[in-house]
Design a protein around this ligand. Structure first.
Ligand SMILES: [Zn+2]
Length: 477
């Protein structure tokens, strides 16, 4: 039940290495190399041998007496110490994670070797492909060509530059000393990521002072967490009614969780988005096609660190700053940037699935009676350039104007109510906004602009958020 899914099937070479807490979450694999396992077995054997031999009077039959004694001793002196060891390892792992300093010099995978994280994750299909050379990280994608095909043509899958290996970690650690503006991962993200992420990375690369870099890096991390979450949420909405009942239920439960977070008093925060994205692990493992690329993004084990781990480290730093522990000098700022930068770069690489599901902002949609299709003009909301490239499509179903969509191989999927293009009263212009909060019963939704954090209200989106699946009530859209 809790065996490590990333066992020897995925890492044939890793099978000999000791994997901590990989067996029943209590013992290390292989068990014969774990002292706690031998301690448990030893107590069981010793009790089993000694009880029948004792000549103390007892009302219970010997076999029952032995069985009870074995269970008691194994639990007391085998299972409980192993469990305490698990707690201690978890605590040490968390402590290591919380201190960004510890993760700079050390490999980024440190602290994630214990099984708890992987033990909770159900088996995921092997998503690893042969290691790629890290120079692929610097590959730029040309802007997508204009197309009239019903859906985006699925070109051969992009080389998986996201394949983490120790090699990548080393390269990134080396790159950490280079100026941010020359980061290949970031330059790549500026070309290939959804506009809010690409724009935030642009701001980061163009920041002049280390203090500005520090702020921009944390902003970029939060925007990445939101963009990854809303894209996943949009794709979850798509599958409802379209596939197996079981999938629908887990989709609905996930969307219902997000709905509750948006309707909760404080609204959605960096932590809300990150935790929600992390909660999709079981769904991503059991239905890897619902959000293509998500299983790989969330995958983490002793050798690779997942998107959520990196986002959590960045969030911890953001909270640290928010709670008064901001860097006090330029020197401290650049030191902290150096510490957390590898996490952002890794997170960007892990979130590669965002580059494969382009965001579109529709402009117009008109019915063509002859072909019985809809001619759609949309802006390609990818990359950091504020003037979106124009694309034309011919789709079999209509779409709304001025609405964000994620383009999938099966057609467009709406990003509403999570992302919207709204008029910002402060800037007096349209801004790309994300849903932050709505009232439980009535009233407009509160959205925030990705670029400036301005607040915009929308009555329609308030209703739309409230009509997301509510798992407790069992309502379905
Ligand atoms: Zn604004």
């Amino acid at each position: 039940m809790t065996e490590n899914p990333e066992g020897s099937a995925v890492h044939p070479t890793a099978s000999r290495a000791k994997r901590r807490n990989a067996v029943l979450a209590l013992y290390d694999s292989p068990v014969y190399r774990d002292w706690a396992f031998w301690m448990t077995v030893g107590w069981g054997l010793m009790t089993a041998v000694s009880i029948p031999g004792s000549d103390q009077p007892n009302s219970l039959p010997v076999w029952l007496d032995t069985l009870l004694a074995v269970l008691t001793f194994v639990t007391l002196f085998g299972v409980i110490p192993s469990w305490l060891r698990l707690l201690l390892r978890r605590w040490l792992g968390r402590r290591k994670e919380r201190s960004p300093r510890s993760s700079v010099g050390a490999p980024l995978t440190a602290g994630h070797g214990t099984a708890p994280a992987s033990a909770q994750r159900p088996a995921s299909p092997a998503v690893l492909s042969p290691p790629q050379s890290s120079s692929e990280a610097s590959q730029r994608r040309p802007p997508p060509p204009e197309t009239h095909s019903p859906h985006q043509p699925r070109v051969a899958p992009r080389p998986q530059r996201v394949q983490e290996s120790l090699q990548d970690d080393t390269d990134l650690a080396k790159a950490g000393t280079q100026p941010l503006s020359s980061s290949a991962v970031m330059s790549d993200a500026r070309n290939t990521m959804p506009h809010p992420v690409a724009r935030a990375i642009r701001t980061l690369q163009q920041a002049n002072t280390s203090k500005e870099q520090y702020e921009a890096l944390l902003d970029a991390a939060e925007i990445l967490a939101i963009s990854a979450s809303v894209t996943a949420a949009a794709l979850l909405q798509r599958k409802i009614g379209g596939s197996a009942v079981q999938t629908d239920e887990s989709n609905e439960r996930s969307l219902s969780m997000l709905r509750s977070s948006l309707l909760a008093g404080g609204g959605a925060t960096f932590g809300t988005w990150t935790n929600w994205l992390g909660s999709l692990r079981p769904l991503a493992a059991s239905h890897p096609d619902v959000v293509p690329g998500l299983p790989n993004a969330l995958h983490s084990d002793g050798r690779t660190t997942g998107l959520i781990d990196h986002l959590n480290t960045l969030r911890t730093e953001r909270n640290r700053a928010a709670h008064g522990d901001r860097p006090q000098s330029a020197g401290e700022s650049s030191l902290r940037v150096e510490e957390i930068r590898p996490h952002l770069e890794h997170a960007l690489m892990k979130a590669e699935f965002l580059t494969q599901s382009p965001w579109l902002l529709t402009v117009s949609c008109s019915y063509q009676p002859r072909t019985q299709t809809f001619d759609v003009v949309a802006h390609n909301a990818m990359g950091d350039h504020p003037d979106f490239e124009r694309r034309e499509f011919s789709w079999t179903s209509p779409v709304a104007n001025d609405v964000f969509y994620v383009l999938t191989s099966e057609g467009p999927v709406t990003l509403s109510p999570f992302v919207a293009s709204l008029f910002c009263p402060q800037c007096q212009q349209m801004e790309v906004c994300y849903a932050a909060q709505a009232d439980k019963k009535t009233g407009p939704a509160i959205l925030k602009s990705f670029a400036r954090g301005h607040t915009v209200h929308s009555a329609d989106l308030g209703d739309e958020i409230r009509s997301l699946p509510d798992h407790r009530r069992g309502t379905t859209r």
